[in-house]
Write a protein that binds this ligand. Sequence first.
Ligand code: ADP
Ligand code: ASP
Ligand code: MG
Length: 415
Amino acid sequence: MENLIVLKYGGTSVGTLDRIKNVAEKVAKLHRSGKNIVVVVSAMAGETDKLLGMAEKLIDKPARREIDLLLSSGERISCALLSIALQALGCPAEAMTGRQIGMHTDDAHTRARIIHIDTTKTLKKLKENKILVVAGFQGINEDGDVTTLGRGGSDTSAVALAVALKAEQCEILTDVDGVFTADPNIVPNARKLDMVSFDEMLEMASLGAKVLQIRCVEFAKKYNMPLLVRSSFEDQSKGTLICKENKDMEQPIVSGVMRDDKQAKITVKGVVDKPGIASEIFTALGNAGLSVDMIIQNISAEGHTDISFTLASVDCDEAIAIMEAITDKIGLKEILVDRKISKISIVGAGMRSHSGVAAKMFQTLSAEKINILMISTSEIKVSCIIEQKHSKLAVQQLHSAFNLEKKPRRITKKQ
Ligand code: ADP
Ligand code: ASP
Ligand code: MG
């Protein structure tokens, strides 16, 4: 739709009634300037964790279906309040739940994927000059049950809507002024990046830069929808543009340091060392929808070996149960679990053509006597698993070792 902008406000930005009023004023101004507007909101700051905590007080592992219904209420509250605040300013706003906005997902409760968005009603309302205020993070499955898109999922709701409605722009308004070389809350002199390519942002998001949910970046890349990430508090903020790689981008060797503390390491000890065992283990995990990150297999001794892998800590208990279920099949002797680990990563498109980057990372960690438990690399990243207690120090030291606080010398890309 012509002249349509999709805005997404995160939890902190709608965290109090005053902040909601503030957002309403900005949206109203934009609407009066002639824009068609869809605003996606997250639950008020802390609300999702609070609801989750309440369920977990009742039972150890609440059913995912009920969790989805419970958590979706957080976004319903904030979208209804923002719509009311807009109406108080005389704007023709309407609050919409996931169901009302036509967000159809699969039925993987708590981590559902969007299958299709029915835009018929939405487009009709937009043509009537309405501002649509959408509850992010939620959809419905084939049975009409409420689903949620995984933590941070309102980002994905916004980008998917922007794509489906052919918006001219999609802005993610948050509590920091864009994407930084490291989490600015950990590294105070982290530098804001003006432009980041989809590929780099995909790596950053998957490695712990929670400023954007990874699935929203996947969507944006697939449909080439540029994203502007900027502060919801500063009107003049230029933020960070996430788009296709182009010649105006900085080409530093390393563009950022990321930390992910929500990881766990599982070691299955003494499994039989014969063809098919790794396949047995990782097929079982994959079939349950669990994504494994790093994998290491030790040298075998007397026909047996140890395999270690990492995954998101929320999936750890489920993975242990799956390993227990196939104990006999794989000849497993013992399962060890380490939940106090962190994954520290450096990311940069310029790494493709430079050597010695990983070595510098290892030297920096070793100078701080930080032991590396696992390593993995790709074309544009190096990740190390370390003990969680060192994670903040590791990020700070790597940030300064790679001089990330300073703007890199401009290297014009050969086309
Ligand atoms: P919202 O509620 O708006 O969705 P989030 O808390 O999900 O906001 O994401 C914003 C937070 O992401 C920031 O407050 C910051 O602490 C964190 N963050 C982590 N890494 C980065 C990074 N590289 N650049 C910017 N923010 C980051
Ligand atoms: N409220 C959800 C969460 O806290 C979704 C979001 O904020 O994007 O994860
Ligand atoms: Mg978020």
